[in-house]
Design a protein around this ligand. Structure first.
Ligand code: ADP
Ligand code: MG
Length: 463
């Protein structure tokens, strides 16, 4: 189980994050519904608990449904089965529930909460991450439409035209964040019952219900919620029986005037492998696309997260990160988190040099992506000019503008210095490159169509 969970985690958080934090985990004993995981230091334990506690709980629960809680403890490396007595006790004493809240029937001990009208259907759903709210979601051009739709659904679920709400976009662009935010908002308002789960969990639950011959119960539970949110629907591709079940649940809920929110990595029409009738119904409400981040949005996100951390991160460093790590917000966050952890650990100020040092491996991984030659080729193709004109002395606008864009992209997407970039463009001076970067930035602000062209090129080069 653990090696499968590790594979999943690696895919989700990236190799570097995985190696820095998660590889240090060793698996301890299982006690009824709780599994113990060991980390070598208190710092690592707190960090992993804060960053990955919920996710570990969810993944374990998906692998082994009987496990409902993950306990993180400190243990000496190499003696995973024997936690340090003092710290182990402290860890146990401060242990918080990492996963699903205790179920009413199973845990009568703690004082029951005040009855609320709103509830997360914990018998059914995954817990909501308290960090993912509308307040902590940074809005910009690429996500403002999806954000507005999510807000609208949270305010008035089941409004005509917004049911189902279908959110789609690439990895790490905020789909899960928005879904959790909808859930949190609805619960705060206290009007409805909400169930959120990944499509994967939906399938596991469905299969478990078949095994234990309780599919009726499962269906009833599902159909009793006011708002059902299913994340990463693309997971159901090729899982025909689960798709069928989801389709029926979907219809029953929508017909009963309940709200459905679904996310996927592609639009309904591009989700080939999902049944046609399901795709059709998914596209019937509101379909909202989250686009790749822009530089401005990445800066805003970094600023928000840095200021929330309390560590002073200079604007130069934030700009550097926003230039270098363009693929997804999760990676950007991961890089910033590592910087902040280092600053806290060693008490040193965050500088550009320190950043390059601490994030050496991440930055290298992002560099390998694209070469200046590739950029020149793609840009020349896009504007239909000859590749040789990237280095030629011609100054006609039809040639000079694409050349400037290529320089701009070279600066953004590679770690080459201005003089190095200049050399690749027919031995031009570094000030020419600098001018190109400024000019393209200005033009992108003035001319949305041009900005879109450049963003498109960037996206093509990055994928
Ligand atoms: P997805 O589900 O689309 O793969 P997530 O919602 O899991 O992406 O987002 C990945 C990480 O990036 C999360 O920690 C999330 O909080 C953060 N994130 C993504 N977009 C934003 C945003 N606009 N503002 C703040 N944080 C964001
Ligand atoms: Mg997600």
């Amino acid at each position: 189980h653990w090696s499968r969970i590790c594979e999943r985690l690696k895919a989700e958080v990236g190799e570097v994050e995985y190696r820095t934090w998660l590889r240090q985990i060793t698996v301890g004993p299982v006690d009824e519904d709780e599994i113990t995981l060991y980390l070598p230091t208190r710092f690592l334990r707190d960090w992993v608990r804060g960053q990955y506690g919920d996710r570990l709980g969810t993944l374990w629960n998906a692998e082994v449904p009987a496990i409902r809680r993950v306990e993180l403890q400190v243990a000496r490396p190499g003696s995973a089965s024997a936690p340090l007595p003092a710290d182990g006790a402290a860890a146990a004493a401060s242990a918080v529930s990492e996963d699903t809240p205790p179920q009413p029937a199973a845990a009568p001990a703690p004082a029951p909460e005040e009855p609320r009208h709103a509830e997360v259907r914990s018998d059914l759903a995954a817990p909501l991450d308290p960090r993912f709210t509308f307040d902590t979601f940074v809005v910009g051009k690429p996500n403002e439409f999806a954000y507005a739709c999510a807000r609208r659904v949270a305010e008035r679920p089941s409004s005509p035209g917004f049911n189902p709400l279908f959110l789609y976009g690439g990895v790490g662009l905020g789909k899960t964040h928005l879904m959790h935010a909808i859930g949190a908002e609805l619960l705060r308002e206290g009007k409805v019952s909400v169930a959120y789960m990944s499509a994967e969990k939906f399938m596991y639950r469905f299969i478990a219900a078949i095994r234990s011959q309780s599919t009726m119960e499962f269906k009833e539970q599902l159909r009793s919620v006011d708002v059902l949110m299913i994340d990463d629907l693309q997971f159901l591709i090729g899982k025909d029986n689960t798709q069928e079940e989801f389709f029926h649940t979907f219809n029953a809920l929508v017909d009963a005037g309940r709200q459905i929110v679904v996310s996927a990595d592609k639009s309904p029409s591009d989700l080939s492998g999902l049944e046609d009738r399901l795709r059709t119904r998914l596209g019937c409400g509101m379909v909202a696309d989250i686009h790749a981040t822009t530089f401005e949005l990445r800066i805003s996100i970094l600023e928000a997260k840095a200021s929330a951390s309390g560590v002073v991160v200079p604007a130069k460093v934030l700009e550097f990160l926003a230039h270098k790590i363009t693929s997804n917000v999760r990676e950007l966050e991961g890089a910033l988190n590592r910087l902040i952890a280092h600053a806290n650990l060693f008490g040193r100020p965050v500088t550009l040099e320190a950043t390059q040092d601490v994030l050496h491996d991440i930055l290298k991984a992002h560099d390998r992506r694209v070469t200046i030659e590739e950029i020149q080729r793609k840009v020349a193709e896009h504007w239909n000019i000859r590749l040789t004109d990237m280095s030629s002395a011609r100054r006609a606008r039809a040639v000079a503008r694409p050349r400037q864009v290529a320089m701009y992209l070279a600066k953004q997407l590679t770690s080459r210095s201005l003089p190095e970039i200049g050399r690749k463009f027919g031995n031009r001076d570094h000030t020419t490159v600098m001018h190109a970067v400024t000019r393209v930035t200005e033009l992108m602000e003035q001319d949305p169509a041009f900005a879109e062209d450049v963003e498109l090129l960037r996206r093509m080069l990055e994928s």
